[in-house]
Write a protein that binds this ligand. Structure first.
Ligand SMILES: [Zn+2]
Length: 84
């Protein structure tokens, strides 16, 4: 057994690209509210780049796919953008 961890590859909710999770932003959803920095719960990932975040926001990905309210989604995208 080597002590190395397997690469942690995750899929972007917007563009479906597979990437190492270090290159992605993770969030969870609690009762339809996106949360950053929660280590427990089902994780969702989006590419940590402005183009992908912008496409996800304009396409209302969170609202359509995860039933997030428009206000929560707008707040969430601005918090994510602050982390790029
Ligand atoms: Zn992406």
């Amino acid at each position: 057994m080597s002590g190395r961890l397997k690469p942690l590859i995750r899929r972007c909710i917007q563009c479906y690209t597979l990437n190492h999770r270090r290159l992605m932003l993770r969030f969870t959803l609690e009762n339809g509210v996106p949360q950053l920095d929660q280590t427990t719960g089902r994780g969702y990932y989006v590419c940590a780049n402005a183009a992908c975040l912008e496409r996800a926001q304009k396409g209302r990905r969170l609202e359509k796919q995860y039933r997030v309210s428009p206000e929560q989604a707008a707040d969430f995208w601005s918090r994510l953008r602050a982390r790029l």
